[in-house]
Ligand binder design. Structure first.
Ligand code: NAD
Length: 292
């Protein structure tokens, strides 16, 4: 069994605990056994699981893996500490708030022979799976992905990082991208912001990614994808699946720990993740230059 600890008891941390306590039968998720949770607050037992200190989580021999579910600004520090302590890490996206720190951490994991896994539940959603099927074989001319949602919580980083799930969609659908321009409009007093990033595919086709957040903005994704012979202007409703998104991710992390994911797949995933973080860095730089 892989003794595990959940760090950060917010929305994601609670779902992780729930899934670890009731793993998908006959899947690699059953290999995990939760030993405790870590929080900066002093909390009562959560879902019957006891709080333990960070020192205990790092030093106990019966803890082999950590789930980092805190706000984004401190992922990097927690990942580093657990890797240094010889523990495998599953971190909620985005892994870090810079490309260079992600490269460093990945190198550290490799040196130590540990699995560093970044959760990307957005790739498991029925809508995304259906969209990917629908566009297979089509030639993109141009497209827009516009995300709207409530105000960003503090400590979640620049929107190109906190919203990396949308960028990951674009890269997974259309391959490596380059950033041609980016800007950020921010009204701090209204807790409103709108980031616009202009991207180009390898075939020099333009894609626009917009992250817009403010109080009362209903969470929604709007797409407009124009292909040579068709346009898609609404996300398809994919077939709902019986296994939850975080559970699918837990099974994938388990499969990596069991050596069931091929080196080629791991390499492909790592390239995509690092590419997205590099794009997010570039979008941040260009947006900050525009604001200055
Ligand atoms: P959250 O705001 O619910 O929790 C974030 C952190 O705040 C946690 O460390 C939690 O311990 C702490 N926290 C929560 N309530 C608190 C309180 N009352 N007092 C003090 N601290 C408190 O955020 P989240 O949605 O769980 O996101 C955590 C991570 O998961 C982020 O990296 C996010 O990008 C990622 N993620 C979340 C989801 C999701 O559906 N929520 C999906 C994908 C990725």
């Amino acid at each position: 069994m892989l003794g595990s600890v959940v760090v950060g008891i917010g929305i994601a941390g609670c779902v992780r605990m729930r899934d670890l306590l009731a793993p998908l039968p006959s899947s690699t998720a059953e290999k995990f056994s939760i030993r405790g949770f870590v929080s900066r607050r002093t909390l009562e037992d959560q879902q019957g699981v006891k709080q333990i200190s960070m020192t205990e989580a790092l030093s106990r021999d019966d803890i082999h893996a950590a789930f980092i579910c805190t706000e984004n600004t401190n992922h990097e520090e927690y990942i580093r500490q657990f890797l240094e302590a010889g523990k495998h890490v599953c971190v909620e996206y985005p892994m870090t708030l810079s490309y260079t720190s992600a490269v460093d951490l990945w190198n550290l994991a490799q040196q130590k022979g540990l699995v560093l896994h970044e959760e990307h539940i957005e790739l498991f959603t029925p809508d995304f799976k259906q969209l990917k099927k629908d566009i297979a074989g089509k030639t993109l001319e141009e497209g827009t992905l516009h995300f709207r949602g409530g105000s960003l919580k503090p400590n979640f980083g620049f929107p190109s990082f906190s919203g990396i799930a949308r960028l990951t969609w674009l890269v997974d659908l259309f391959g490596e991208l380059t950033v041609t321009a980016a800007s950020l409009v921010e009204e701090k007093e209204n807790k409103y912001m709108k980031m616009t990033a202009h991207l180009l595919t390898r075939q020099q086709k333009p894609l626009t990614w917009i992250e817009e957040r403010g109080p009362g903005l209903g969470r929604a994704k709007h797409i407009h994808l124009r292909f040579q012979d068709a346009s898609i202007t609404e996300l398809p409703a994919g077939q709902r699946e019986p296994v939850g998104l975080f559970m699918q991710d837990l099974v994938l992390f388990g499969r990596k720990l069991q050596g069931e994911v091929s080196a080629a797949e791991l390499q492909e995933e790592r390239s995509r993740i690092l590419h997205c973080l590099q794009l997010a860095d570039r979008i941040q730089q260009l947006s900050e230059n525009t604001q200055a």
